[in-house]
Design a protein around this ligand. Structure first.
Ligand code: MP5
Length: 216
C-alpha cells in the first residue's frame, strides 16, 4: 500500500471525525448562521495568508521538479485570498476583524516550525494532509449545499476537479518522497500526517465554537 493510502487507513477514525464535523454538516444543509460562517471566513483568510510564507520557505529545499508547482501553489493562494475578499465584500464581513483564534494561531505556528525545522518530506506531508483534508471536507459540503448558496464559491474552490487534480498530484509526489525516505523519517512523516489531521479537526471546532482563547 502507498504511504498516503496507509496514512489515510491508519488515521481513518480521526479523518471520519473531521468529515462528520457539525460545521461541515450545517454548511451543507444551509443551516449555518451567517455569523458562524463569518468566523471561519475571517480565520481561514488569516490561515491562507500564513500558508504563503510556509510554501515559500519550502522552495529552496525542494527538489528542482517541485519549484514550479510550489510557485503555482503561491499563485493559487493569492487567488484564494481574492475569493475571500470578494465574498467578504458581498456579505459584509471584515476579514481583519479578529486576530487569529487559539487553534488557528497554533496551526500557523506549527506550519512555520515545520518549514523551519522538519525535513522537506515531513513538511510536504503537512502540505498534502492539509490540502487533502480541505478537499475531502468540502466534498462533504458539496454533497448537499444549494447551488445558489452564497458559500458555494468556496465549495467550488476546494471540492472542484482542478483541486482534486492538485491533491492527486501531491499524493503521487509524497508517495515518491516516502519511498526515498528511511524508516525513521517515514515514521516522523506519519506523525506529521496525524498531527495535521488533528489541527484540521481543531480548526473546524474553532469555527463552530468561536474565536476566543481558552480561559480568557
Ligand atoms: C486549507 C485551508 C487548504 N485553507 N485551511 C485550513 C485550516 N486547512 C487547509 O489550504 P489551501 O492552501 O487554502 O488550499
Amino acid at each position: 500500500m502507498s504511504f498516503c493510502q496507509a496514512q489515510l487507513t491508519r488515521c481513518k477514525p480521526l479523518w471520519d471525525r473531521m468529515l462528520e464535523h457539525r460545521f461541515l454538516r450545517d454548511t451543507r444543509d444551509g443551516t449555518i448562521p451567517d455569523e458562524r460562517f463569518a468566523v471561519w471566513m475571517r480565520q481561514d483568510y488569516l490561515f491562507v495568508e500564513a500558508a504563503i510564507p510556509f510554501i515559500a520557505a519550502l522552495i529552496p529545499r525542494a527538489p528542482r521538479r517541485h519549484w514550479e508547482p510550489l510557485a503555482g501553489v503561491i499563485t493559487a493562494l493569492e487567488k484564494e485570498l481574492k475569493l475571500f475578499e470578494e465574498r467578504a465584500q458581498a456579505v459584509g464581513v471584515d476579514l481583519r476583524g479578529a486576530p487569529p483564534a487559539f487553534a488557528n494561531h497554533a496551526y500557523i505556528q506549527f506550519l512555520m516550525a515545520t518549514a523551519a525545522r522538519a525535513s522537506y518530506a515531513e513538511a510536504y506531508t503537512v502540505l498534502y494532509a492539509a490540502e487533502k483534508a480541505y478537499h475531502d471536507s468540502w466534498k462533504v459540503v458539496q454533497a448537499g449545499i444549494a447551488r445558489d448558496s452564497k458559500w458555494y464559491p468556496f465549495v467550488e474552490n476546494w471540492a472542484g476537479d482542478a483541486f482534486a487534480g492538485y491533491v492527486a498530484y501531491l499524493e503521487g509526489e509524497l508517495d515518491a518522497l516516502a519511498a526515498e525516505a528511511g524508516e525513521v523519517e517515514r515514521t516522523r512523516m506519519a506523525e506529521y500526517f496525524e498531527l495535521t489531521t488533528k489541527y484540521e479537526i481543531a480548526f473546524w471546532e474553532m469555527a463552530a465554537t468561536g474565536e476566543g482563547w481558552p480561559g480568557t
